[in-house]
Design a protein around this ligand. Structure first.
Ligand code: ADP
Ligand code: ASP
Ligand code: MG
Length: 420
């Protein structure tokens, strides 16, 4: 069994969906699970719908461009892909929008994370329904699977944790070999029938979960780049393709922010030694990058990662006391409580500095709590550069013309927090 994953960029428009068909015809699709993300930027559009809904802006929901944008996008997509206006997909899409409207009408909960998962998941359902119908219509027989019935999680909405045993059992029962199964990434279900999600950009992780549970031969994620490069081509010039990297190297790159692979993807694959391939959906026959056990990185060159929107917080005692282990423990409790992602830590006798990312907009609450006991200073809008396998020249290149706040070097990794 093979697992393929196509991301939002690969199906951002009708020609992307047509290309998906071409890729499958080129590389084969027997005994395959195909994970497809929400189309284009639809998850962002649904996030805006969540916000309108929770503001109770009823008229806004009906009229707002967000909603029109979403419905309009998908209707346009099916009108372009299907000549026959009577094709059952039109009704299926309508049914999904009816369900969504039903939720918007009935929901009384103001729990943001819960509501988010119930609404945003429609983007993946719509996308997979449309792709599945298009492929069937064009000679690629497939079975659409509601992954929420197989990947089971706790009810930690927006960051759900997988129940591996149950998930394995359900996936094995539901997915039969020698066919093409099409399913969603990113979404899952709890034991009470509620939809959960695994974290933004989580469909690479879904592909890994499925591969792990079904002991797949390999996983291939198809991207708009040739594979894993030694830097994000949107941010760095003259990037070079990495032919092969170890799981450990891939985890490091992903953890530090190489967004081409979701960081959670690697662990399940590494555990069962399932190779991961990162390939171009434009040139699927090219080799791309292979992630396996073996050489750390081939070719061995410095790799650059950039993370924007970093906040550097310096925390010190109001009475000039040392910052001791119990303080650090308390500070970390707060960081955990407010789900701030810590990317770098530095401490001195009287202050403790962390570079964090405020994904869930909790920073102000954190500062409020910390202010009770500590003096808190911070700088926002900073950038964290990580260089794996750095050299003196590469550090100089990154630092040039920027104000450096913190620099930390370990054997293989340099991290530099700067203001551009
Ligand atoms: P998906 O369509 O699966 O969601 P993403 O858009 O998340 O794919 O990932 C592909 C993007 O990742 C590329 O367009 C590229 O800009 C970015 N990227 C960041 N770091 C790297 C890297 N080291 N190598 C390749 N691409 C990278
Ligand atoms: N559609 C989800 C997102 O945009 C998951 C994914 O694409 O990986 O975050
Ligand atoms: Mg993505």
């Amino acid at each position: 069994m093979k697992v393929y994953k196509f991301g939002g960029t690969s199906v951002k428009d009708a020609s992307g969906v047509r290309n998906l068909k071409k890729v499958l015809q080129t590389i084969g699709y027997n005994d395959t699970v195909l994970v497809i993300s929400a189309m284009g930027k639809m998850t962002n559009a649904f996030e805006r719908l969540v916000a309108a809904h929770l503001l109770n802006d009823k008229e806004g929901i009906e009229e707002a461009i967000q909603y029109k944008e979403i419905e309009g996008f998908h209707l346009n997509m099916i009108k372009t892909l299907f000549d026959n206006g009577d094709h059952p997909i039109f009704e299926k899409v309508e049914d999904l929008f009816d369900d969504l409207n039903g939720f918007l009408f009935d929901n009384n909960s103001s729990d943001y994370d819960y509501v988010y998962d119930q609404i945003v998941s429609y983007a993946e359902l719509l996308s997979t329904k449309i792709c599945s119908a298009y492929l069937s219509e064009n000679g690629i027989k497939n079975k659409w699977l509601d992954i929420r019935k197989c990947i089971k999680t706790d009810d930690h909405f927006r960051q759900a944790n997988v129940d591996w045993k149950l998930t394995s059992r359900l996936l094995k029962r539901k997915i039969k070999s020698s066919a093409l199964t099409i399913t969603q990434g990113f979404i899952a279900g709890d034991n009470y029938g509620k939809t959960t999600t695994l974290g933004r950009e989580g469909s690479d992780y879904s592909a890994a979960i499925i591969a792990y549970c079904l002991e797949a031969e390999d996983v291939t994620v198809f991207k708009d780049v040739a594979g894993v490069l030694n830097g994000d081509p949107r941010e760095f010039k003259n990037t070079v393709l990495l032919h092969q990297i170890s799981y450990k190297e891939a985890v490091e790159l992903a953890f530090f922010g190489a967004s081409v692979i979701h960081p959670k993807t690697l662990q399940p694959l590494q555990k069962k030694k399932i190779p991961l391939r990162v390939k171009s959906f434009v040139n699927p026959l090219e080799k791309g990058t292979l992630v396996v056990n073996g050489v750390d990185i081939e070719p061995k060159i410095p790799c650059f990662i950039l993370k924007k929107d970093q906040i550097l917080i310096s925390i010190s005692d109001k009475d000039f006391h040392f910052i001791m282990e119990d303080d650090i423990s308390e500070i970390f409790d707060y960081l955990h409580q407010y789900s701030l992602k810590v990317n770098l830590i530095q401490n001195s006798a009287i202050s403790f500095t962390v570079c964090v990312e405020d994904i869930f907009n909790n920073f102000n609450d954190l500062v409020k709590d910390l202010n009770d006991r500590y003096k808190v200073l911070y700088n926002k809008n900073l950038t964290l550069y990580t260089i794996r396998h750095f050299t003196d020249e590469t550090i100089k290149k990154i630092e040039k013309g920027k104000k450096v706040f913190i620099k930390q070097l370990s054997r293989e990794t340099a991290q530099i927090v700067v203001q551009n």
